[in-house]
Design a protein around this ligand. Structure first.
Ligand SMILES: Cc1ncc(COP(=O)(O)O)c(C=O)c1O
Length: 498
């Protein structure tokens, strides 16, 4: 496209578009160019006219054009090179949510969706991580339930149904069963330093539904969301299906690490896993927590703190929750019973800032409906009678031992350039692999030996994805873990020695 055609097109666009009256001129120019790029009027590689000539053509000051171009550049819509001017970027921020990104992430092309499904439905249903019932050693996210007190649990459930209340048959209270909310509130205050009243807690059907509820109640279609890169695919999928624009922010050894360019474009939501980043396993530092909280407060962003496995910290003192440090009511705290109890229980909780409590209860009722009152009542008793705390202690011991044995068995891989984590928490660990390693291939080689590990790059977004393996140790039996660990170490050593 010729430069003068670009100027003409922009002039017409600026005159025709109905921008809000108070929108500054640089923002109007930015928005017009951005729309032209996203709608492919300006295709990748199109050279934009110089700011000087555009300023003349549009009868605007050059500073206005410079400000608009700077923003387009910072957000990745255009690239500038000395000598060849400013061109439309080859990879756009939208590529993370459009077809190209979908292809990388294993989401089927909506234009070829299964009959009858919407684009949203296709994105939701056509995920690469199909539910699998074939559990193999080291599959992340899988637990071994042999330590679960099944008899005690069935006694507590039976107790509910021996003398059922009318409420047991109903949807129940809008925020969830009150005794369970009280029990969770006590637990969170003591063990996670969460700052809350019972009114702020809602019982949900697990984190997946909690994220969906937050997305629906706090965002509109097209809003920007920061996600950690690499990111928990479950959260990513729900946010995408809600039509949000995902902005991946890198994670270093102190947790999520936004750059100055990231800060320039404030998100509506920030999804993060500070206690144990999923999947890298790092714990967010105190400084990073402060930075994120201060930024969210100044920009009016909401932080979704997914504290999915903080019960399993094996060394040192647990860091308190991000929510507990928040002075400005910007954090929504998400917890689940999937890890400590069992995933099929489908119970989680959400702690919202006081001002959101009533709207969230109404929203939960309208969108998802509560229910499962008898299970909630049994769980309240399980916690109140102290069984929950002792079950966590028992699991922590079992999983801590499995992790220690696995680390020991994997130690030889350090000699071929792989990295093992220092801190110990959670139900999985990440082995770091060199950047030129094909971690998908290493995972395939492990699968040939009957071991299921996930390549770190499959959780990444964009180019230059980090390489590694995500190894779950909760499912593998303690007596077998050294054996499996040695097989995996051999696979990694062989792959890295070639
Ligand atoms: C980061 C993260 N959040 C939350 C969950 C649990 O979600 P749910 O409560 O939906 O089972 C998982 C499960 O693997 C997870 O990895």
């Amino acid at each position: 496209m010729e430069s003068f055609i670009v100027s003409e097109w922009l002039l017409a666009e600026l005159q025709q578009s109905r921008f809000p009256l108070r929108m500054p001129a640089h923002r109007r120019v930015y928005e017009s160019i951005r729309r032209a790029i996203v709608s492919h009027h300006f295709v990748p590689g199109t050279r934009l006219p110089s700011t000087r000539s555009l300023a003349e053509a549009l009868k605007l000051s050059r500073n206005t054009l410079l400000a608009a171009f700077e923003q387009l550049h910072d957000e990745g819509y255009v690239v500038s090179k000395t000598g060849s001017g400013t061109r439309v970027a080859k990879t756009l921020p939208e590529d993370f949510t459009d077809k190209k990104y979908a292809k990388n992430a294993g989401i089927p092309d909506a234009s070829r969706s299964p009959a009858g499904l919407s684009a949203r439905g296709t994105a939701a249903a056509g995920q690469s991580n199909q539910p699998s019932h074939e559990v193999q050693p080291f599959a992340p996210g899988e637990d071994d339930f042999s330590a679960f007190p099944t008899q005690l649990w069935s006694r507590l459930l039976n107790r509910q149904w021996r003398a059922p209340q009318p409420a047991h048959f109903d949807y129940g209270h809008a925020g969830g069963h009150l005794p369970l909310r009280c029990a969770i509130a006590n637990y969170l205050r003591m063990s996670r330093a969460v700052n809350l009243t019972v009114e702020q807690i809602l019982i949900t059907s697990g984190t997946q539904q909690t994220i969906d509820l937050c997305a629906r109640l706090l965002t509109d279609h097209g809003d920007l969301v920061w996600v950690e890169n690499p990111c928990y695919w479950g959260a990513r999928r729900v946010l995408e299906v809600n039509g949000l624009q995902l902005h991946p922010v890198p994670v270093d050894e102190e947790g999520i690490f936004p750059s100055i360019a990231d800060f320039r474009r404030p998100p509506r939501l920030i999804y993060t896993t500070p206690s144990h980043q999923y999947p890298k396993g790092v714990v967010m530092s105190y400084g990073r927590r402060r930075l994120l909280l201060d930024y969210a407060a100044s920009m009016g962003s909401w932080i979704l703190e997914d504290d999915y496995d903080s019960e399993f910290r094996f060394e040192g003192h647990p860091l308190s929750s991000l929510q507990g440090m928040d002075q400005n009511a910007r954090v929504l705290y998400l917890g689940t019973f999937s890890k400590v109890m069992y995933p099929g229980i489908k119970l989680g909780y959400l702690v919202v800032p006081p001002d959101l409590a009533e709207s969230f209860k109404r929203g939960l009722y309208q969108l998802q409906r509560p229910g499962q009152v008898a299970i909630q009542a049994a769980l309240a008793e399980f916690i109140e009678e102290g069984h929950f705390a002792s079950h966590i202690r028992r699991l922590r011991q079992i999983y801590g031992e499995r992790r220690r044995l696995l680390q020991e068995a994997l130690a030889p891989i350090i000699s071929v350039g792989a990295r093992l984590p220092l801190a110990g928490s959670g139900l999985h660990l990440m082995v770091g692999l060199p950047s030129d390693c094909d971690d998908l291939r290493v995972a395939e080689l492990a699968a040939e030996q009957g071991l299921k590990v996930y390549p770190l790059s499959s959780y990444g977004m964009g180019e230059n994805r980090e390489k590694g393996l995500i190894i779950g140790y909760a499912y593998a039996a303690t007596e077998r873990i050294s054996h499996y660990g040695r097989i995996l170490a051999d696979v990694i050593q062989a792959a890295l020695s070639h």
